[in-house]
Design a protein around this ligand. Structure first.
Ligand code: ZN
Length: 320
């Protein structure tokens, strides 16, 4: 042990609070996940949700004592005050999560939007390592985003920046959870897969997707399974969603000029059947692709850990 070296022993707890689950990690300063835990998210019950959050945190603390806590939450977050203003899939409204955690645990706490947290995770420890200007896109049930400019997360005037899923790309299109019609996330996420699958099953009730759904309403995962087995309608649906994804990414690249775009989330894990058409549409729609440096679309590296790892990484910045 040499004197004067930085202390290596610090740990931070990171929590990713979503509409269906709460994921937690204990992260060290090298970005290694020391332990992880997952709990259910009783998102419709404010009091139960609070206790579930503390339950996951208590689990993590059994693996080592963190110096700070980071929380990523799927909603509009004022990062400066640690307040969740609004979340489409969680019953909390204007909740000061930072104070809630600090009062209960005595630990400093930082709160950010879950996509921002995932972006920090991928930028620091995942596929975005080494890049200065990045767009990180999370494609799951919806589409979340994080923008890194000069190595710093861009949050906007109120902390609400990078709500990229809610750009209207299909006026009059399918209704979005935000209330608008034809948001990008309705055309290029798991919800788009599910909608196109329902149309396919109505047209071909004996098809492979209908069989995968076993008589129930088809979901994105049924399309994924059918596409992996080579079913032409399923592959066409995946390619269509990929194409809409690539179009949107091109528009964002025209605005932001990133060095690379990291694409993660459950739907992105489909891989090439989705990302191939996305890359094609991206190049077709990008301004002057032949006259500018390549902007690679990179698969994310951290999987389901990204949000919790990013939240923990933000928490490590809090404590001296
Ligand atoms: Zn929307």
């Amino acid at each position: 042990v040499s004197t004067g070296s930085t202390v290596r022993g610090r740990l931070a707890a990171g929590l990713d609070l979503g509409g269906t689950k709460i994921a937690g990690v204990l992260l060290d300063e090298e970005g290694r996940v020391r332990s992880r835990t997952v709990g259910g998210s009783p998102a419709g019950d404010p009091a139960a949700l609070r206790e579930a959050l503390f339950g996951v945190l208590e689990d993590l603390r059994r693996g080592g004592e963190p110096v700070a806590v980071g929380v990523g939450v799927a909603g509009l977050v004022d990062q400066a005050s640690g307040t969740l203003w609004y979340a489409p899939n969680i019953a909390w409204r204007e909740v000061r999560i930072r104070d809630l955690v600090a009062d209960r645990t005595g630990l400093p706490c930082v709160v950010d939007n879950d996509a921002n947290a995932a972006a920090v995770g991928e930028a620091r420890y995942g596929s975005g390592r080494g890049y200065t200007h990045l767009l990180i896109v999370t494609v799951g049930t919806g589409i979340g985003g994080g923008i890194v400019i000069d190595r710093a997360l861009y949050r906007g005037a109120h902390g609400f920046a990078a709500e990229i899923g809610h750009v209207v790309v299909e006026p009059g299109g399918p209704r979005c959870g935000c209330g608008n019609l034809g948001c990008w996330e309705q055309m290029a996420s798991g919800q788009a897969l599910a909608r196109l699958a329902r149309e396919e099953v109505e047209a071909h009730p004996e098809g492979v997707i209908a069989k995968a759904a076993a008589g129930g309403p088809p979901e994105g995962v049924h399309v994924t399974v059918a596409a992996a087995g080579g079913d032409p309608p399923a592959r066409r649906i995946v390619a269509e969603v990929g194409r809409r994804l690539g179009e949107g990414l091109a528009g964002l690249a025209n605005v932001l000029d990133p060095q690379a775009i990291v694409v993660g989330g459950g739907v992105a894990e489909i891989g090439d059947p989705l990302l191939g058409p996305a890359r094609e549409a991206f190049l077709a729609m990008l301004e002057a692709p032949a006259h500018r440096p390549d902007v690679p679309l990179l698969p994310a590296a951290l999987g389901n850990d990204a949000g919790a790892v990013g939240a923990a990484s933000l928490a490590l910045e809090l404590a001296p």
